[in-house]
Design a protein. Structure first.
Lengths: 213, 579
């Protein structure tokens, strides 16, 4: 997470050395509560900025039979590894058109990193644990951030120009608006996000061996 | 009243009237009872069936939902299967592979048909070969519906074409394939046939006849039914309208509930739940038959009992009627013998008391007539015995026997009385003949009145004629007495006409009808004067009598005689005979 943010900031600094704007995104649900795990990204409408995948792979771990993090925004070409820190095997898969893959039952580090080479949303699952779900948002823009539990995200290093700001959440889909960044603007965009009911299945109660004693 | 229209029918006998009344009322009551019970039975049976039909309709919905729930759980189990996910790991799913894999699952789940649709509703594969667009469309529609639902599941009734899975009614169901939840990557479509087996099972549970209809509105035809084919054909194409009603199926009445089954495909479908009214009524028919028998038996009993009852009532009435004739004849001695305690018995007792009363009255009247003259008796019976009087002109006649006291001493008392009564009888008879009354007997003397109490126009005349008649009667009696060896009787008669007071005289306990006045004394005086030998007369009348008589008699004037208590003397005449 920190590494992603750092990489993004670094990339932005390289592209626009002289003047860079910052867009702060604040997500709120209709009740005014902050919405975390939302991906906020900006696409330059005048000249699309190239993306540079990080040199190191991004990790999505499996611990306590849950994926972590729940939502991972990356740029196209990023390599992702799936270290399994549990004592049980997992079988990570995706049947999403953006990336179809599976890592059959394994434990510890996955053998190889998976390269996410197409933009789109990839839903991750575990073939033997139905409740495990995670999302990888593969982006073709370097300007993005994920909201924290306080519902805010900061996208820095924006060269002046016209942008389309989009906010995506697994339970809300995408909402977008156009905006202009001039000079070293520091603007705050409040985005309202309507969440659909959480249809994730609850973890099996006997998954930790608390069933028939 | 005389113009009253003639009656069409008149009962000759009380019995017929009573028979008709009892039998009629009974028949009316029983028939009403029968009709009401019959109607109530039919209504109850219909209501009972309708309640069952409602339950049957619910049961149908429950059965469909239960089966769909069952299929849904099986499909959910299957959709989480690794092998299914494997199919979607390919960049392009191979329809043939998908279809053959689905065939495996179809067999495992025991459903007749299964299809797999992409998230957008397009076909990925299905069992039983590729579906024509007409068969695919309803599933695509359901996917659209389910995608918008909170719980992504949908079902609907559909008619799938015969070149699809069999051309029947189905309940279609789509359930999502998650990879992982809540991401829906595909839909599993299932079809539950609403077929003959389904209808039969529903019939076993609900005890109702089940028919499924399909067609266009107004042209619905049965597609599956638990009723025999012939019954369905005879009932013809049904104009199916949602609701309950009674229809004729193969000549039998069926209470029917139609419930439309909304189709996701073109056309209309309905379920008809039915129960025969005859079957439902069977237990009540027994009761109805019993009531009918009861009706006939009670009518027969009424017909048999009513005449006896009527006779029992009319016989004493007839006896009473006969008895009134007996009483009308004047026979008060016969008594009506009816041993009854009811009103008729009381009536008979009243009749008998009435007879007794009438007999009593007769006896009293008889005695009265003997003790007073018939005319006085009649007046007493008519006017009562009020005291009082009236002034009127009457003729008073006194007749007294001569030297009867001396004669009576030589005879035994019984013979004296017999002789006196014999004499009185003759004299009284004559008084009555001339419309006079014997006012009283005083020893051997008779006081008679003419013109009271009944007014008499020629009272004076009648009195004189009566006196002359008495003379003859005495002569005849004397002839008889001589023949019997008895002494002759002699009498003297005094007659006077005068205004007197006539009325009932006496105390409230004992009354006599009589006259009082000066004229009475004069008559008595004249009678006494007949004793005077110088007159040589046995009948003396006063001048007032002679004046009032208007008759012509041979009379001898005897001059005026003084009368005690009177200032003027009275002129008297001896009557020798009629002219």
């Amino acid at each position: 997470m920190k590494r992603i943010a750092a990489a993004a900031i670094l990339a932005a600094c390289i592209v626009t050395a002289q003047a860079a704007g910052i867009v702060r995104v604040v997500t709120r649900d209709p009740a005014g509560r902050p919405v975390g795990d939302a991906v906020a990204y900006l696409v330059n409408l005048d000249s699309p900025a190239p993306v540079h995948p990080p040199a190191d792979p991004v990790a999505i771990t499996q611990k306590d039979q849950e994926f972590s993090p729940y939502v991972t925004p990356i740029v196209v070409g990023t390599r992702v590894v799936f270290p399994n820190l549990d004592t049980v095997q997992h079988h990570v898969y995706s049947v999403s058109p953006a990336k179809r893959f599976e890592i059959p039952l394994y434990i510890g580090d996955s053998k190889e990193a998976i390269v996410f080479d197409r933009e789109g949303i990839v839903t991750l699952g575990c073939n033997i644990h139905d409740w495990m779900v995670a999302y990888v948002f593969v982006l073709s823009t370097p300007y993005f951030a994920k909201t924290g539990p306080d519902g805010t995200a900061e996208v820095p290093g924006l060269p002046p120009g016209r942008y389309r700001l989009a906010v995506w959440h697994p339970r809300a889909g995408t909402v977008s608006r156009d905006l202009v960044v001039a000079g070293s603007d520091d603007t705050t965009q409040v985005v309202s996000v309507v969440l659909k009911p959480d249809h994730r299945i609850r973890r099996a109660p006997d998954a930790a061996g608390a069933g028939y004693r | 009243m005389g113009n009253a229209p003639p009656r069409l029918f008149r009962f000759r006998r009380f019995g017929s009237r009573l028979l008709l009344l009892i039998a009629g009322l009974l028949a009316l009551a029983q028939c009403a009872n029968f009709v009401l019970v019959r109607r109530a039975n039919r209504r109850n049976a219909t209501e009972r069936i309708q309640a069952n039909l409602d339950k049957g309709a619910l049961l149908f919905t429950h059965r469909v939902n239960a089966r769909l729930d069952d299929l849904s759980s099986r499909a959910a189990l299957m959709s989480g299967d690794y092998a299914i996910r494997q199919l979607f790991l390919e960049d392009r799913t191979d329809p043939a592979t998908v279809s053959s894999a689905l065939e495996t699952y179809r067999a495992r789940m025991g459903v007749p048909f299964m299809t797999l649709l992409a998230a957008d509703g397009s076909r990925l594969g299905d069992t039983g070969g590729p579906l024509p667009a007409a068969a695919l469309k309803p599933f695509a529609g359901l996917v659209e519906r389910a995608s918008q639902a909170d719980d992504p599941k949908a079902h609907a009734y559909a008619r799938l074409p015969p070149d699809g899975p069999g051309g029947k009614l189905y309940a279609l169901l789509v359930v999502p394939v998650y990879a992982p939840r809540p991401e829906i990557v595909a839909w599993i479509g299932l079809a539950l046939p609403i077929d003959h087996r389904f209808a039969t099972e529903l019939k076993e549970d609900a005890q109702l006849e089940v028919t499924f209809y399909y067609g266009a509105p107004g042209r619905m035809l049965p597609v599956e039914s638990t009723l025999p084919e012939t019954a369905l054909v005879s009932s013809g194409p049904s104009d199916i309208v949602e609701g309950d009603r009674t229809v004729d199926v193969g000549g039998e009445q069926y209470v029917t509930a139609y419930r439309s089954l909304p189709l996701i495909t073109p056309g209309s479908a309905a379920i008809a739940l039915q129960r025969s009214l005859r079957v439902e009524l069977e237990p009540s028919l027994l009761l109805e038959r019993f009531l009918l028998i009861l009706l006939l038996v009670s009518l027969a009993v009424a017909a048999a009992v009513a005449p006896w009852f009527a006779l029992n009532l009319s016989r004493p009435l007839r006896a009473l009627a006969e008895h009134t004739k007996v009483i009308a004849r004047g026979d008060y001695g016969t008594r009506l013998a009816l041993d009854r305690a009811d009103e008729i018995g009381q009536l008979a007792a009243s009749f008998n008391r009435m007879s007794e009363g009438l007999a009593e009255r007769d006896k009293v009247r008889d005695l009265l007539e003997k003790n007073v003259s018939p005319e006085v008796a009649a007046q007493l019976m008519r006017d009562g015995s009020a005291l009082g009087g009236e002034e009127r002109e009457v003729t008073i006649l006194f007749v007294d026997l001569r030297s009867f006291t001396a004669m009576s001493e030589s005879l035994p008392p019984r013979d004296v009385l017999a002789l006196l009564n014999r004499y009185f009888d003759r004299m009284s008879g004559i008084v009555e003949i001339y419309h006079g009354i014997v006012d009283k007997y005083m020893g051997d003397e008779i006081m008679a009145l003419f013109g009271a109490p009944v007014p008499l126009a020629n009272h004076a005349n009648n009195a004189i004629l009566a006196a002359i008649e008495m003379r003859g009667a005495l002569a005849r009696l004397n002839a008889e007495l001589e023949a019997e060896g008895l002494s002759r009787l002699n009498f003297g008669i005094g007659i006077n006409t005068s205004s007197v007071i006539a009325g009932n005289i006496g105390s409230s306990r004992r009354l006599n009808y009589s006259v009082i006045g000066d004229g009475v004394n004069v008559a008595a005086r004249l009678q006494n004067l007949t004793r005077m030998s110088q007159y040589r007369a046995d009948i003396l009348v006063s001048a007032s009598t002679l004046a009032a008589s208007k008759g012509s008699y041979r009379v001898r004037p005897l001059g005026a005689v003084p009368v005690r208590g009177r200032d003027e003397p009275v002129e008297i005449f001896a009557v020798d005979g009629a002219e």
